[in-house]
Design a protein around this ligand. Structure first.
Ligand SMILES: [Mn+2]
Length: 277
């Protein structure tokens, strides 16, 4: 067996076993042109029959985009319920978190928007996993287009009752109090709450309500009027895939989900489209 000695101190530049020089992905970073958008995986959901298979599918997706991604935007509700304690994080998802960390270590921007199910992250996802956490909508210039990216909860005034829950969930005092609840109880409560939340939706509520009836589309139209510099708005939250071109050339996208539909968005610097995995 031959031993290789390398002149560089970077272990990632070692030759492969067969002697071929396989360049690590981060060397090609300038050639990475694609930005990916995904949302609503709801990892840990009790509605999912095969949680392990669900996570593996998400990991397989990350493995695929690893080849050409410059950035991955996770647009909310990647977890069905996530509450982080000072020294304790929810059990599970190690393959997902490990894969995200791997991509982050390659230099791929990994963005995590909090949704309405996974607001309560207090540094772990940033410092341990290597994601950039966004707690509100962001406007970003990517290639030739200007994006507004938001999970989409709390944007429509028709979300009756939800406004109050949202206020409680975002309250620092409530977060401190919840931290006193033993993790096992807290996490159980969270998963049960999330399941109930999903089950109470009627089939009509799950359907696309049309341009005039869909609160996120109405919100987007108003937003474009006030912010003519924005070209594309990308939402999650609704669990419907929508790619709506407005008369003024603006675009409203709802990503679908990665729990039943396995849809996601791709932007190559010029064009945006939805795909399924
Ligand atoms: Mn949501």
């Amino acid at each position: 067996m031959q031993l290789f000695f390398t002149t560089t101190s970077d272990p990632r530049l070692h030759e492969a076993d067969d002697g071929s020089q396989s360049a690590p992905a981060w060397v090609d970073l300038p050639q990475r042109t694609r930005t990916y958008f995904i949302s609503d995986a709801h990892l840990g959901s009790r509605m999912v029959a095969d949680p392990h298979g669900h996570e593996q599918r998400l990991v397989a997706w990350l493995d695929r985009v690893k080849a050409d991604a410059r950035a991955v935007y996770m647009v909310g509700d990647m977890f069905d319920f996530w509450f982080e304690y000072r020294t304790v994080v929810p059990k599970g998802f190690v393959r997902f978190l490990g894969k995200v960390a791997e991509l982050a270590d390659l230099g791929i921007e990994m963005h995590f928007f909090t949704g309405n199910h996974d607001i309560w992250t207090f540094g772990y996802l940033e410092h341990e996993v290597g994601m950039t956490v966004h707690r509100q909508a962001e406007t970003v210039q990517i290639g030739s287009k200007r994006f507004l990216i938001a999970h989409g909860d709390g944007l429509s005034s028709t979300d009756h009752g939800f406004g109050l829950i949202r206020t409680i969930f975002h309250s620092r005092t409530c977060q401190r109090l919840f931290r006193l609840v033993p993790p096992q109880l807290g996490q159980n409560f969270g998963y049960a709450w999330a399941k109930k939340n999903r089950e109470r939706l009627t089939p009509e509520e799950k359907e696309y309500k049309g341009e005039a009836g869909e609160p996120l589309v109405r919100y987007a139209k108003r937003y474009f009027e006030e912010h003519p510099d924005v070209d594309i708005i990308v939402f999650g939250h609704r669990h419907i895939p929508l790619d709506l071109q407005l008369a003024n050339g603006k675009r409203v996208v709802i990503l679908g989900d990665f729990v039943n539909l396995f849809t996601y968005g791709v932007f190559d610097g010029e064009n945006f489209w939805l795909e399924s995995f």
